[in-house]
Design a protein around this ligand. Structure first.
Ligand code: ARG
Length: 442
């Protein structure tokens, strides 16, 4: 039972938060006259020396003491004697543990936000250097329309900004103090929950003590945000894997983020990108884990809630390293502009441009123009040539008014520069985006 019941193997991470939470509680007990001021001071001091022991690596965790809260209280008793027993007045481990977890997660959110920002800055740097780097834009992983590398990277910029916004927004709900909820019903001692909330940097005490000890949607919200962010990163990771393959040959990854093969000397495997892609499974799993723990769980505290911590810890650690790896990869990768541009021209990527031109010049309905260009594409396929290389007479058998100029206008560059709608791939619009992100990130 001891082995099964214990959480110390993982909740030792909450040690700093637990001590700060206890210090705030002790100060409040002293201020309210629930214990004597001098007693409060000795408790706060005792807890401070435990912090020192931890920093020096002298604090020994005892698995038989179940969790971090019991471990610290036991050590406090060794240091200051039976007075330590007064610390737990007007409090329960139920409000204590969830206060600790909120404090811990708040700090980690504050670390993850700049980690996302670093990746955004690397994307911005690559985009600035690649405003003129032409690449194929894909739909269905088939060459669809020419775009620029900068334009493509800026799409990830937008996703990451929303991830960051979601994280920051979740803090509004995360940052309420459950301390004072006690076991579930509150306490008969004249505590001051506003005071402890303030000492611990919370916006306010939580409004309902039952909610205080039993809700974990702050953690769910973090995990869902992390899952969305990891999912975004997995898409970029997958593209990096494709782009760096010899079949695409769009980018070269730095040696720092690839590995060799033990049998094939020519290999440069994109391991870092593959791991980023795969770690998404683990983060998504954490979200499902906690959703499942909470599903149908009656109020208020049940031991089930001890299972809230590992998915959160693991996700924070995983997302942090995934962001760091992705940042390194994006920062170091070298685009291969010639191969990219060559690939942008194949697969009739300017067919839409021809259809658009028929609409603009000959006032055809778009559907009609689409059909005509479809037939012209079949011709080009049969002759294994580009649209612009088709003999005019041949094209005129399908659309008699077609001019030499119509066909000649089908360059990849022209196609890119023509897409001037907001958010489009033209240089002007991409530069606008870059200017915008520079300002946001500065
Ligand atoms: N280790 C426990 C947890 O993580 C602390 C709270 C224990 N509360 C209780 N009523 N047994 O949830």
């Amino acid at each position: 039972m001891q082995k099964f019941n214990a959480s110390i193997n993982f909740d030792h991470r909450l040690v700093d938060q637990d001590i700060r939470c206890s210090q705030a509680h002790a100060k409040m007990l002293g201020k309210q006259g629930i214990i004597k001021q001098g007693e409060a001071e000795r408790i706060v001091q005792g807890l401070e020396s435990i912090l020192d022991e931890i920093k020096k690596g002298d604090f020994v965790l005892k698995p038989e003491l179940e969790d971090i809260h019991m471990n610290i209280e036991a050590r406090l008793a060794e240091l200051i004697g039976p007075l330590a027993g007064k610390l737990h007045t007007a409090r329960s481990r139920n409000d204590q543990v969830v206060t600790d977890l909120r404090l811990w997660l708040r700090e980690k959110v504050d670390e993850l936000v700049p980690a996302i920002e670093n990746l955004q800055l690397s994307l911005l740097k690559q985009a600035e250097n690649n405003i003129g780097t032409i690449m194929p834009g894909f739909t269905h992983l088939q060459c669809a329309q020419p775009i620029t590398f900068a334009h493509h990277l800026m799409a990830y910029m937008c996703m990451l900004q929303r991830d960051k916004d979601r994280l920051l927004d979740s803090k509004k709900r995360l940052n309420e103090s459950p301390l004072g909820s006690a076991a579930l019903a509150g306490t008969s001692f004249p505590i001051d929950s506003d005071y402890t909330a303030k000492l611990l940097g919370f916006d306010r005490p939580i409004r309902n003590s039952i909610d205080g000890v039993s809700s974990r949607d702050f953690a769910l919200e973090f995990l869902s945000t992390a899952a969305i962010c990891a999912t975004h990163l997995s898409r970029l990771a997958d593209e990096i894997i494709l782009w760096s393959s010899s079949q695409f040959d769009f980018i070269k990854l730095s040696d720092c983020y690839t590995t060799g093969s033990s049998i094939m000397p020519q290999k440069r495997n994109p391991d870092a990108a593959e791991l980023v892609r795969a770690k998404t499974g683990r983060i998504n799993g954490a979200l499902i884990t906690l959703l499942t723990v909470l599903k149908g769980l009656p109020l208020a505290y049940s031991k089930d809630l001890q299972e809230d911590k590992e998915p959160v810890f693991d996700t924070v650690e995983t997302l942090a390293i995934v962001l760091e790896a992705m940042n390194g990869m994006v920062n170091d990768l070298k685009p291969l502009p010639q191969q990219m541009a060559a690939s942008a021209a194949v697969g009739f990527s300017t067919a839409t441009d021809l259809a658009d031109r028929l609409v603009k010049i000959y006032q055809l309905p778009f559907r009609e123009a689409h059909k005509i260009v479809g037939q012209i594409v079949i011709l080009a396929e049969q002759r294994s040539c580009q649209l612009s290389e088709l003999p005019l007479e041949m094209v005129q058998t399908i659309f008699p008014q077609m001019s030499e100029e119509d066909l000649a206008s089908l360059t990849v560059e022209g196609s890119i520069e023509s897409r001037t709608s907001i958010g489009g791939t033209s240089t002007k619009r991409v530069k606008e985006q870059i200017t915008y992100w520079k300002e946001i990130l500065s």
